[in-house]
Design a protein around this ligand. Structure first.
Ligand code: ZN
Ligand code: FE
Length: 255
């Protein structure tokens, strides 16, 4: 059984720590900082086996150099990227093995062009999607096109509904506040926002989510519903799913 623990970092990042059963050797995803990872490993007497990287942004890679120096982990990250310290450069369709478990690499460009995500089937299935899919939201388009991001999100929507979604940021509250405007008739969004506010007041993570939950509350996965399409229509084009998605993403930037 693989357990996944959040290590909060920077202002709103989570560095996810993967541990197989009671193994002392673990993996972290997107270490934007080294200090909180080192602190966690020391406290729990763990060693660092490997690191997964989703994309080149500093808040996902800033801790790499120090962790490499200290633990010499096996570092897996995107090919065609400027990231320094990667041992195994991977791309769409590649399979990797992390602590005995097989992960599929999915190219998920949009937020950045080098962005990849990691999925492992099983009970439960796990998805590490960096800054592509967030709880009730999706990443900003810094490098890619709306079409690329929309394609990535549609791939995620096809994954098993009980897949646990480990996004890299605690953006849920802002995303759900936007989702109330973008999907105004959705009662699930309303309830999710209430739950989220309670969790955040207690400083609890709102992640992981699940694919099933995202299909219910994430407006970017619901562009084919009347509620979202009509709301998008008040802000811009909504004549097809991609147009609705594009309008939503631009609307969120100025929301
Ligand atoms: Zn990013
Ligand atoms: Fe980020």
């Amino acid at each position: 059984m693989m357990s996944v623990t959040p290590i909060p970092a920077l202002s709103d990042n989570y560095i996810w720590l993967l541990r197989q059963d009671t193994s002392q050797s673990v993996c972290v995803v997107d270490p934007g900082e080294a200090a909180p990872v080192i602190e966690f490993l020391e406290r729990e007497s763990l060693s660092l086996d490997s690191i997964l990287i989703t994309h080149h942004h500093h808040d996902h890679t800033g801790g790499l150099a120090e962790l490499i120096k200290r633990y010499s982990p096996h570092v897996i990250g995107p090919a065609n990227s400027s990231i320094e310290g990667i041992d195994e450069a991977v791309g769409d369709g590649d399979e990797i093995r992390i602590m005995g478990r097989l992960f599929d690499v999915m190219a998920t460009p949009g937020h950045t062009l080098d962005h990849i995500s990691y999925f492992t089937a099983g009970i439960p299935a796990l998805l590490f999607c960096g800054d592509t899919l967030f709880c009730a939201g999706c990443g900003r388009l810094f490098e890619g096109t709306p079409e690329q991001m929309f394609t990535a999100l549609k791939q995620f929507a096809e994954l098993p509904e009980d897949t646990l979604v480990f996004a890299a940021h605690e953006y849920t509250q802002a995303n759900l506040t936007f989702a109330r405007a973008a999907d105004p008739e959705n009662e699930d969004v309303k309830h999710a926002l209430e739950e989220c506010e309670k969790a955040r007041a207690l400083d609890r993570p709102t992640l992981p989510s699940t694919i099933g939950r995202e299909l219910k509350i994430n407006p970017y996965l619901r562009v084919n519903t009347d509620s979202v399409r009509q709301a998008a229509g008040t802000q811009g084009a909504n004549d097809n799913d991609l147009a609705t998605f594009t309008t939503l993403r631009e609307w969120k930037n100025r929301f």
